[in-house]
Design a protein around this ligand. Structure first.
Ligand SMILES: Cc1cc2nc3c(=O)[nH]c(=O)nc-3n(C[C@H](O)[C@H](O)[C@H](O)COP(=O)(O)OP(=O)(O)OC[C@H]3O[C@@H](n4cnc5c(N)ncnc54)[C@H](O)[C@@H]3O)c2cc1C
Length: 506
């Protein structure tokens, strides 16, 4: 049984921070997750220590890589923070320039190449950027103290080098109804009680990437809110081990392969993603960690700014795309088909699609503009184009990788059969490709492609690309809003020599 460490529910902000000590590297990060006593269910059981669970550990390894990269390549993965006058992990850096955004994109691509999965830290990074400007704007209108609270939170966050998860998506119940119209009010996270010390919230956050692997969760509205939704217009910071939180771990395709002996059939034995349903039962948030409480008119702007940052963050998928291109080229070589013109052409097509995603993201960052709070936001139209490309191109890249892999990708027998005294020699004889390539290399490459297109990491490469940061229609709505069709009609009419009667002067 899990030894649940009970923190008092009404814990103060100061006491919450006192549980942390600065994390220096990846090993320190893994240690920081131990003995937290979080309540997590997986396969109908309460898990004793998530850090050591074979299904959970690869997702922790992916986040560990973000810490190790900061040590290995500080230019890429750290930045100077004026807030604490020190270098901080780039995932905790508040973007101060277009160049910061460009560097963020480069780091995201690099981490995609290194892990081949979702490394779970981008939504939190984009949340802290949004909160800088939103808290500033709310204070300017209402005279609230949110911005100073935010800056104080960020000082602690940067000094302790922690991970913040983004809890934006509510379960949402009936999609045709607003939060306050749902039959069950808990289908959107909301305030249940307000006291002198803080607020209590109940509800859930769905699909939370790296939820369990985060030290803090930021809860925030998932959509625009009306005057009746005031109790749902909430932003607050909650420690991942707060009293009243329950995590229920999301299954991933082929996840139980992580429980098998052997390594090859896992495809990517080291790294994986993670999504959890996080249930909040009267979870307390002290005022110091409340950054919006009822200012419903800012919810829409907050979501729009978050998606602007976050839709360009899907540039990370180009790192995974690089792995896919590499895997497809490698398997074609192992199969002895790499000389064929159509194979080269398919690799060119995959690369073209991948770089198209990259170009929209990086252009969005270069085109960033300052906000009143003093930080920069990337171009929203180009970010939406980037994410919309991401909802499609990884599927086509995967299709082409599967084309080059051949059918063996889905009919390959198990690693145990390869090790068997009778079946093993048969498999090694009949699955030999190019003569100088060990059969095991072919096996491993096929399993990697399977992993990324059908297995655990297809969550990160495909379905997250579809729905993460909003389903495709959400981008089309933003593109519609920003496409300025009247201005474009005027260009066309001008060249066509069309003069409208009401514009003709006598
Ligand atoms: C792998 C993964 C990781 C994620 N990580 C995070 C995370 O870290 N943090 C977080 O907050 N969220 C996260 N998300 C959630 C993500 O933002 C949502 O999945 C996305 O917003 C879509 O919401 P939904 O899944 O509830 O789908 P739905 O809202 O049910 O959408 C399904 C379909 O219905 C359509 N639809 C929905 N509502 C309407 C409507 N009112 N009218 C017309 N059509 C409608 C949509 O366009 C879509 O086609 C993640 C999602 C995935 C898949």
């Amino acid at each position: 049984m899990n030894a649940i460490a009970h923190h008092p529910r009404e814990e103060s902000a100061e006491r919450r921070w006192s549980r942390f000590k600065p994390i220096v590297d990846g090993d320190g990060y893994v240690e920081s997750l131990r003995n937290r006593g979080v309540k997590v269910y997986l396969f109908g059981e309460l898990i004793d220590e998530p850090v050591d669970h074979p299904i959970i550990r690869p997702s922790i390894n992916a986040l560990k890589r973000t810490y190790d990269l900061a040590v290995e390549d500080p230019e890429l993965a750290t930045a100077h923070s004026d807030l604490i006058d020190a270098r901080v992990n780039r995932f905790l850096h508040i973007v101060g320039s277009p160049q910061d955004l460009v560097m963020k994109n480069r780091m995201q691509r690099r981490l995609g190449q290194l892990t081949g999965t979702c490394f779970q830290r981008c939504a939190g990074l984009d949340t802290i950027s949004v909160l800088h400007s939103i808290t500033y704007d709310i204070d300017a209108k209402h005279g609230t103290p949110y911005h100073q609270r935010y800056l104080e939170f960020m000082r602690h966050a940067q000094r302790n080098n922690i991970i913040i998860g983004a809890g934006m998506t509510d379960p949402k119940g009936d999609r045709s109804k607003r939060p306050s119209e749902q039959v069950d009010p808990d289908l959107f996270l909301h305030v249940t009680k307000r006291t002198e010390q803080g607020i209590y919230v109940t509800g859930a956050k769905a699909h939370m990437t790296g939820g369990l692997n985060s030290h803090w969760i930021c809860v925030m509205p998932t959509m625009n809110m009306g005057p009746n939704d005031r109790d749902y217009a909430i932003v607050g910071m909650v420690p991942g081990d707060a009293e009243g939180l329950t995590y229920i771990y999301g299954r991933q395709s082929c996840d139980t392969r992580a429980m098998e002996t052997g390594e090859i059939d896992k495809g990517n034995a080291k790294f994986g993603g993670q999504e959890t349903l996080v249930v909040f039962e009267d979870v307390f948030i002290p005022h110091e960690h409340v950054l919006m409480d009822g200012e419903h008119e800012f919810a829409q702007d907050m979501v729009a700014r978050f998606t602007s940052y976050h839709r360009a963050s899907y540039v990370c998928k180009t790192g995974l795309g690089d792995v896919m291109v590499g895997a497809a080229a490698a398997i074609a070589e192992m199969n002895g088909a790499d000389h064929a013109g159509h194979i080269k052409d398919k690799l060119v097509e995959m690369t073209h699609l991948n770089e198209t995603i990259y170009s929209s993201a990086i252009a969005s960052s270069h085109e960033a503009k300052p906000l009143p709070s003093g930080i920069f936001m990337n171009d929203s139209m180009l970010a939406n184009v980037c994410k919309h490309n991401v909802t499609r191109f990884p599927y086509e890249i995967s299709r082409l990788a599967q084309d080059l892999a051949g059918g063996l990708m889905v009919t390959l027998p198990s690693e145990q059969d390869f090790d068997h005294e009778v079946a093993g020699p048969m498999l090694k004889k009949y699955f030999q490709g190019r003569a100088n390539v060990p059969v095991e290399h072919r096996q491993r490459m096929l399993r990697l492609i399977e992993n990324m297109t059908l297995g655990r990491n297809a969550v990160g490469y495909l379905t997250e690309s579809m729905h993460g940061a909003g389903s495709p229609q959400a981008q089309r709505i933003q593109i519609l809003r920003g496409m300025e069709v009247e201005r474009k009609k005027a260009y066309a009419e001008d060249l066509a020599g069309i003069v409208h009667e009401d514009n003709v002067t006598a």
